[in-house]
Design a protein around this ligand. Structure first.
Ligand SMILES: [Fe+2]
Ligand SMILES: [Fe+2]
Length: 149
């Protein structure tokens, strides 16, 4: 849960670790466990994480950097997030109609996309945020998010 502020990197990297743990309950490269509860848990938290980044953290970062919201790191993340959301929806649909091959293909795709996306955020987005978003503003962002989620 989002409630305690360290640096952006400390905090967000822990979020990624937690999301990876939830994902690993559902997805194993060798055997896909079809458990709708695990999927629902993961989807809920992943969407929350994406919302935090797209509506709170990265817009603030772009503001600090003096970059328009449809450019730079915020827009790069938003584009990836769109792909992640689409794959989550495809997986949900495949699960509902029992299309296990389609489910597995989407899950493998999502696994790859998530790894690349998180790596980039951890190497670029979060360290840049550490440098440009002040500690006060960061705490402010977390507080605002806690109020609306
Ligand atoms: Fe992200
Ligand atoms: Fe992230």
């Amino acid at each position: 849960m989002i409630n305690k502020a360290n640096t952006v990197s400390d905090f967000m990297n822990k979020e990624h670790e937690y999301l990876d743990q939830l994902w690993a309950k559902f997805f194993d490269k060798n055997s896909l466990e079809i458990d709708e509860t695990f999927f629902a848990d993961f989807k809920k938290r992943e969407l929350e994480h994406i919302r935090f980044e797209d509506e709170f953290l990265f817009p603030a970062l772009n503001e600090y950097l003096g970059i328009a919201q449809d450019e730079g790191l915020a827009s790069l993340a938003r584009r990836d997030h769109g792909g992640i959301v689409k794959l989550l929806e495809m997986m949900e649909r495949a699960m509902q109609i029992g299309e296990l091959d389609a489910l597995e293909m989407s899950a493998r795709n999502l696994d790859n996309i998530l790894q690349a996306h998180r790596k980039r955020e951890q190497e670029i987005h979060y360290p840049v945020s550490d440098n440009f978003v002040s500690q006060d503003e960061w705490e402010n962002i977390i507080e605002k998010f806690n109020l609306v989620k």
